[in-house]
Design a protein around this ligand. Structure first.
Ligand code: SF4
Length: 150
């Protein structure tokens, strides 16, 4: 399962299949990370710097984090895409096609000047999360998406 949790400053990624249940997150920031609660990660319950430090202690990479850099990620289902917006400018895009029980993520692109900020990963997770919430399988034919979701 892939999920993102967003506050004004950061985006936290959660990949449930990588979790080794070492509980460093739960002990590091117990208000933020609480197994059994929905959502189990609540960024409003902690300070960004502490959350960041806690996530760095995760031994499996099941949780990871990037700064938002003022970039908003928006899902546009009518266009079968997620876009990255900096103000009014589209600086990245992840395109997909619904193919029966699967969502094929076939293209991910971020303008080169905005590379290295985790924007492409945010885009892929946005599409993956939406697909999983609709109980669809994910078929990442985009090689970048395949790597992110592996
Ligand atoms: S620290 Fe990482 S591996 Fe451990 S329970 Fe939390 S998310 Fe899972």
């Amino acid at each position: 399962m892939h999920r993102t949790y967003v506050n004004e400053d950061i985006t936290v990624f959660w990949d449930s299949e990588k979790c080794r249940h070492a509980k460093r997150c739960v002990t590091g920031s117990p208000q933020v990370f609480e197994f059994g609660r929905r959502p189990w990660i609540d960024l409003a319950k902690g300070e960004t710097a502490k959350i960041w430090k806690t996530i760095e202690s995760c031994p499996s990479g099941a949780v990871s984090v990037v700064y938002n850099h003022g970039v908003e990620i928006r899902l546009e289902e009518a266009e079968s895409r997620a876009i990255a917006l900096l103000g009014d400018e589209i600086i990245g895009e992840c395109d997909y096609a619904e193919e029966g029980e699967y969502v094929n993520i076939y293209h991910t692109h971020v303008l080169p000047e905005y590379g290295g900020k985790g924007i492409a990963k945010r885009l892929v997770y946005k599409v993956a999360e939406a697909a999983e919430r609709k109980k669809k399988g994910i078929l990442p034919t985009c090689s970048y998406a395949a790597k992110v979701l592996a």
